[in-house]
Design a protein. Structure first.
Length: 270
């Protein structure tokens, strides 16, 4: 006969361990999840339902996974994402430029995940060209709600004019088709956005020959996955991201991720 008496301590320990894991695992798993969001800004951050979610999301996800963190990314309009991060309802925001106007409100890792240059766009039969803020004198700008620019003059121009018909405000998560349509029907004469994003969006809807670039700002901004100041583990996440990106660089995986988006280590962040 098989005697269970000598196995009771072992069985008890196994049962206790199982119960302990069932109780504590959800809390542990949730602790290791980092919730981030932003409006669509492809190729930097694209659809969360696709295999390739955008170069910033793909790099950050793999970098953080090396420290056992899971990045959960969802689409949220920009103004709401900023508000949620400031309140601590969202752990981080994707595509935030590191600048004197943003640094007081977010914790930035040392490592940028992309770089952005803002350019102006016009309908193809227009002759207008952006050269300085003075060249905005005759323009009606399509402006994405709560966007800021690294150019102080342009930021101030928007602030001074956004309650007038010189600014047409668009909001939500489908802003680019609406900006294109506003240009086509002449409700606006220009809008400003990252040149890689607009190149991607114009190609997607086959409008590359109808809408064209009309000059760019001089500055090129580093863009980050920035963390909420309300998140108690924000410094841990930032350190894990910096460390993880360097590991991906060393093992060759970073070059592979960037290659999908037509970038190299040299052209990614200069």
């Amino acid at each position: 006969m098989f005697d269970l008496t000598e196995r009771k301590p072992t069985i008890f320990c196994a049962v206790f361990f199982t119960l302990f894991m069932l109780i504590t695992w959800p809390a542990y798993a949730e602790k290791n999840i980092i919730h981030v969001g932003a409006d669509p800004w492809c190729p930097y951050n694209c659809s969360p339902d696709e295999q390739h979610k955008g170069l910033m999301i793909d790099v950050a996800s793999e970098a953080l996974a090396l420290s056992d963190f899971t990045l959960k990314y969802k689409i949220i309009n920009w103004a709401r994402a900023k508000r949620m991060v400031s309140l601590g309802e969202l752990d981080g925001i994707v595509g935030m430029a590191r600048a004197p106007t943003s640094e007081p409100y977010y914790l930035f890792p040392n490592t940028a995940l992309g770089q952005s240059q803002i350019c102006f766009y016009r309908i193809a039969d227009s002759q207008w060209q952006y050269q300085s803020i003075e060249s905005m004198a005759s323009q009606r700008l399509g402006w994405i709600n709560d966007y800021r620019f690294s150019n102080d003059d342009l930021d101030q121009w928007v602030i001074q004019n956004k309650q007038t018909d010189r600014i047409v405000n668009v909001a939500g998560v489908d802003v680019y088709p609406r900006l294109f349509k506003l240009l086509q029907v002449k409700r606006i004469t220009t809008f400003a956005e990252d040149k890689n994003v607009i190149a991607f969006e114009l190609k997607k809807v086959k409008l590359e020959h109808e809408i064209e670039m009309a000059g760019c700002l001089d500055s090129i901004d580093e863009v980050h996955l920035a963390f909420s100041l309300k998140a108690k583990d924000n410094k841990i996440w930032a350190k894990a991201l910096d460390k993880g990106v360097e590991q991906l660089r060393q093992n060759g995986r970073l070059a592979s991720i960037l290659g999908y988006y037509g970038l190299t280590l040299e052209s990614w962040v200069k």
